[in-house]
Design a protein around this ligand. Sequence first.
Ligand SMILES: [Zn+2]
Ligand SMILES: [Zn+2]
Length: 106
Amino acid sequence: MTAGHGLAGAGCDLCEAARLTPWHAEDDRCWVADCEVCGVPMVVWKRHGAQPPDGEVAHMVAVLDQVADARFGPGRWSLDRVMRQIPGHFHAHARPHGHWSVAPGL
Ligand SMILES: [Zn+2]
Ligand SMILES: [Zn+2]
């Protein structure tokens, strides 16, 4: 897929959307996969930009909600919207309580 990859997303890891880790969900607006760095579920906007419209954010949080509730249990994780590694492209992590990061595969 090359169409739609404008200059803004050139060289952006999230735009490349390499499937290095298992994907849990995908739709026309976002995808959810385990974060390569943290090993926790992460939702990623399919468009390049740091500030999606509120409606898109609500949608993405809802998708991540389902994955994280299934993985950690309702109420046992927190949404982390701080974009440390890739500040220019919206993504959010679901972090389980008591663990800042968990090793993948454990
Ligand atoms: Zn991007
Ligand atoms: Zn991460």
